[in-house]
Structure formats: structure tokens, C-alpha cells
Design a protein around this ligand. Structure first.
Ligand code: AMP
Ligand code: ZN
Length: 431
């Protein structure tokens, strides 16, 4: 079953011809932004000389920090009145990475999601419970629009409120759900606590994404719910969900090549790698107007799966995400850089030099523990002051990353002193 058979099954030569044409249009748009205007000039790039997809390799990369430094509008490529929506990457306050959309971008994104869902066998008969956050995060609204476009009845349940989720599922006979893998397992436990077996509900398909997870977790979700789970990959910088999606064959995710040009690079040498080899995924927009990004380093590690998929789609597949080439952690669906936590801690005068970030999974949910050494032992006799400091640190961390830490304040010298590269993060989660 196809959403748009012609676009999804274009032969490679036609697909690449289309990519080149769309790349040239996109480069023109990008060159008009203050960010790329300057970047192209500095690198002496003449976009009119781009006559083959290979020429893309001459362009510099775009990084997440570039989005922050050009905040709020240094990358906008259209007249501001054409912009109809913004989203922001999860987690950070202040200068987060902001993404803008024109109506064209929103329409195309909905189509991209509708196409992805159709590839898994979803039809207008499905009742689609969307358990991703609605708001600045792209997961909620992005998937919502695509499922609605396809004709499903969408239940915009958003995250949390487990008992309500269960009631909605039972009363409206939910057949498909969009959910993080960790929440899918947690919800299954909660449903069993209510005396109901999740496998006996009507949910037959789950779209799992927004955080890294193993094949083992995927199988657990499939068994406990008696459903087919499909891997769904996306990121705000690239629209949101729908960038790459598993089809009914569940053997890698088709990355929609009429929306993005795929490159895999070695994160150390920055050289391009051939299909089959694992490296960092770099994507170039070719179907966005408000804010096209050229050679964006996603930092996600994967490979292009060689060969063609039996489903007939010609867009290449990427393997499940193996990790990241930076230190970004995803905690409860929120992107967290350890350096952000460090910045908060180091601004607090009572905090000493050593700290540790510990991540655990409790009842399938992420827990962030922070162990922080104080500068002196002075506060330890004074419960009130200690509690005050504890609240202050917690509040600052929550304000920055929206994740509530479990905080432990320690005497100086309690944590193992580093004898080389400090080990600040201990991730005990089994994913
Ligand atoms: P955000 O921009 O907040 O949506 O976060 C995007 C990041 O979430 C990606 O760069 C990946 O690191 C991660 N992510 C999204 N989908 C998946 C997936 N299916 N498997 C593993 N990681 C994912
Ligand atoms: Zn396929």
C-alpha cells in the first residue's frame, strides 16, 4: 500500500535528478539567509556551479551550535509573513534550537508522515492514539497532522496521565499508537495493574521513536501488547517525526530522499562513507522553505542498508540508530547535554568541583540522579540551609532541562577523584 506510489517508487536516476533540481532551488533560498549568505561567502562557494549532487561535498557542515548562534531568525529564508509555525527542540530554555515552517512546509511534512504511516499498513479505519508531547516538541503535532491527513481518527492524548490513556484506549478501541518505547513498557505494566492484559486491547501497531532503544525493547513491546512495532526516526531540525520510517518489512527505515539528501560521514575525519558503513548521518533539506539546512550534522550514528527493499520503495533505508557522536543524552524524551547541567552547578557558589550524573530506568521510566559535592562541610549541620540549597539547585536544573533530578549533596572528596578524563555520566539504563 502506498500513499504516493509515484514519488515512493521513482527509479534511482529520476530520484537523483529530482534531488539535484530541488537542491539547486534550496541553495538559492539558503543563500538569502544571513547565516548561509555569510558562510557561503567565507567559503567562496558559488551556488550556480552546483551541477551534480557530488558538489554538495564542497559545502561546509551545519551544526546544532549554528542554530543557537543564529537564534532567533538568522536562518529564515522567506519573508516572515509566510511563516505559520515554529517548534523548538526539547529540553532547553533560552537559546534552544528553533525551527520555522511555512504552510508549504507543514503540508509537505503532513504528507511525509501520512506516507510513512501508510507504509506500515495504517488506513483511515485506524484509531490513532498519539502519546507524544503536544507543544514546542515536534512529536505531538507532527504525527497528529500526518495521521489526520491519512484519515485516521486521532486521539491527541499527549504524554502522561496513564489512567486516562488506558480509558481512552478501551473506550475508543485504539488500534495504533505513537509512543516512546520506554513509556510503552511502563504503560503495559500499569494496564496489568488494573487487571487488564494489554495484549487483549485492540492496539495492533505502535510507532516507537524519539529516543534510542534496542531490538530487545522493541520485541518486549511487541510481545506485551501483541502488536507490530515500527521504528520511527525524526528530529526537530529535520521537521520532526517522519524523516525515516520502517515499512511493513521492518528491515531498516526508509529515509525519504525527495525531502532530504543523505550522507554518512566518519565523525572524526568528516570524510564521506559508502553505503553499508556506519558513521554519522548528515542531512540536507531539499523540500523546506522557511529554514532549509545544508549538510546538517545530526550526530546520530547509523548506516545506509545496501540493497533494495521488497516493498518496492526506492528510497534508501537507514539502520536503527546506534548512538550519538556527541554526548547528548535523551532523558525521558528530553535532550540533555551534560555540559548544561555542569554550567548550572558551577554557577552556584556552594557547589564544589566534583559531580556525577547517574541515569537509571525505574519501572521503565528514566530517572536522573545528581550527586554533587559541596565546597565545604559547613552546611551539613544545618538541615534548613541544606534543604534550601537542594531546592535551589533542583529548580535551576528543572528550569534548564525540564527534567526533575534526584539530588544528593555530598561532602567534599566523597566522589571518586578523576585520574584523567573525568567520568561525569554513568548511564545504567538498559536500552
Ligand atoms: P528531538 O529533536 O527532540 O525530536 O530529538 C531528536 C533526536 O532523538 C534524534 O537526533 C535522535 O538522537 C533521537 N531519536 C529520534 N528518533 C529515534 C529513534 N527511532 N531511534 C533512536 N533515536 C531516536
Ligand atoms: Zn520497504
Amino acid at each position: 500500500m502506498f500513499w504516493n506510489e509515484k514519488s515512493e517508487t521513482l527509479d534511482r536516476a529520476d530520484l537523483e535528478k529530482l534531488q539535484l533540481q530541488k537542491l539547486r532551488e534550496t541553495l538559492k533560498l539558503a543563500a538569502g539567509t544571513s547565516f548561509y549568505g555569510q558562510l557561503f561567502a567565507e567559503n567562496k562557494i558559488d551556488i550556480s556551479k552546483v551541477t551534480s549532487l557530488d558538489h554538495l561535498k564542497d559545502f561546509p557542515f551545519t551544526k546544532k551550535t549554528d542554530l543557537r548562534t543564529s537564534y532567533p531568525d538568522g536562518m529564515i529564508a522567506v519573508d516572515k509573513k509566510e511563516i505559520v509555525r515554529m517548534h523548538a527542540s526539547s529540553g532547553t530554555t533560552g537559546k534552544s534550537t528553533v525551527i520555522f515552517y511555512t504552510q508549504h512546509d507543514i503540508d509537505e511534512w503532513s504528507d511525509q508522515v501520512a506516507r510513512s504511516l501508510t507504509a506500515t499498513g495504517i488506513t483511515p479505519n485506524d484509531v490513532f492514539q498519539n502519546m507524544m508531547g503536544y507543544g514546542l516538541f515536534t512529536g505531538g503535532l507532527g504525527m497528529h497532522l500526518g495521521a489526520e491527513r491519512l484519515g485516521c481518527m486521532v486521539i491527541p492524548a499527549s504524554t502522561g496521565n496513564t489512567l486516562k490513556q488506558i480509558q481512552l484506549m478501551e473506550d475508543f478501541h485504539t488500534t495504533a499508537m505513537h509512543i516512546t518505547p520506554s513509556y510503552a513498557l511502563h504503560l503495559a505494566d500499569s494496564i496489568r495493574e488494573q487487571g487488564v492484559d494489554p495484549a487483549e486491547l485492540n492496539v495492533r501497531k505502535a510507532f516507537l521513536g524519539a529516543e534510542p532503544y534496542s531490538v530487545g525493547v522493541k520485541h518486549k513491546v511487541e510481545e506485551q501488547w501483541n502488536l507490530d512495532a515500527y521504528n520511527s526516526y525524526g528530529m526537530s531540525e529535520m521537521n520532526g517525526p517522519g524523516v525515516a520510517f520502517e515499512c511493513e518489512y521492518k528491515d531498516g527505515m526508509h529515509l525519504w530522499e525527495d525531502f532530504y539528501i543523505i550522507e554518512i560521514i566518519d565523525p572524526e575525519t568528516l570524510e564521506n562513507l559508502p553505503d553499508g558503513e556506519e558513521g554519522e548521518l548528515v542531512l540536507t533539506h531539499i523540500n523546506r522553505r522557511a529554514m532549509p539546512l545544508i549538510r546538517y550534522r545530526t550526530r546520530d550514528l547509523t548506516r545506509v542498508i545496501p540493497g533494495v527493499c521488497p516493498c518496492g520503495r526506492t528510497h534508501r533505508r537507514i539502520d536503527r540508530i546506534k548512538g550519538r557522536s556527541d554526548d547528548m543524552l535523551i532523558v525521558g524524551g528530553v535532550n540533555v547535554f551534560p555540559s548544561q547541567i555542569e554550567t548550572v552547578l558551577m554557577k552556584i557558589p556552594e557547589v564544589g568541583n566534583n559531580y556525577q550524573i547517574l541515569l537509571n530506568r525505574v519501572n521503565n521510566l528514566d530517572r536522573l540522579n545528581l550527586k554533587v559535592e559541596l565546597k565545604t562541610n559547613d552546611l551539613f549541620g544545618n538541615e534548613n540551609e541544606l534543604r534550601c540549597l537542594q531546592s535551589k539547585i533542583s529548580a535551576e536544573v528543572i528550569a534548564l532541562i525540564t527534567v526533575t533530578p534526584r539530588l544528593e549533596l555530598l561532602s567534599p572528596g566523597t566522589l571518586p577523584a578523576s585520574t584523567g578524563k573525568a567520568v561525569r555520566v554513568i548511564d545504567n539504563r538498559e536500552i
